[in-house]
Write a protein that binds this ligand. Structure first.
Ligand code: CUA
Length: 167
């Protein structure tokens, strides 16, 4: 059978395209380290967050030298706590959970953004840079007060940072 040269070319080109698409999708889903929330994440009882050792009294905790954990509860229609203060030039891990419906945690102007699912703990780690103020918004429609759901993240100079309840 004789296949015309052009036809051969287009056959090969279309096959290369298909292989290319598959490689792109594979890279996008496993190569970038993007993780989906799944059953293997630590879980919490959304009904009893008050009794949880970390989410019962949410806020900033020191995790190590220049490392901090921030526990935040999302509810209709607020983040608890509303004001979050962390030091500059530090590694900050946000631990997020919801007491009712699905919310999200988006630090405006950065790529820190995650869904907050009741019963699951989502974590986002950021490296803080210069002092500044960042708005935190819920970008997952969660009910009539969704547009009012916000919080304030303040990055303060290291020598001005003080942990609440710390001497
Ligand atoms: Cu919470 Cu939208």
């Amino acid at each position: 059978m004789n296949i015309h040269t052009y036809e051969k070319f287009w056959l090969l080109a279309s096959m290369a395209l298909i292989v290319g698409f598959i490689l792109t999708i594979t890279y996008g889903s496993v190569g970038l380290g993007i993780a989906m929330v799944d059953d293997s994440e630590p879980t919490v009882d959304p009904e009893n967050l008050n009794d949880h050792p970390d989410f019962g009294d949410p806020g900033v905790e020191k995790a190590g030298e220049n490392e901090y954990d921030v526990y935040i509860r999302a509810i209709q229609f607020a983040f608890i706590p509303y004001q979050i203060e962390v030091p500059a030039q530090s590694t900050v891990t946000f631990h997020l959970t919801s007491g009712d419906v699905i919310h999200s945690f988006s630090v405006v102007g950065t790529n820190a953004n995650t869904m907050i699912i009741p019963g699951e703990i989502a974590t986002v780690t950021v490296e803080t840079e210069e002092p500044g103020e960042y708005g935190i918004v819920c970008s997952e429609y969660c009910g009539s007060g969704h547009h009012d759901m916000e919080a304030l993240l303040t990055v303060v100079p290291q020598d001005e940072f003080e942990l609440e309840g710390d001497e």
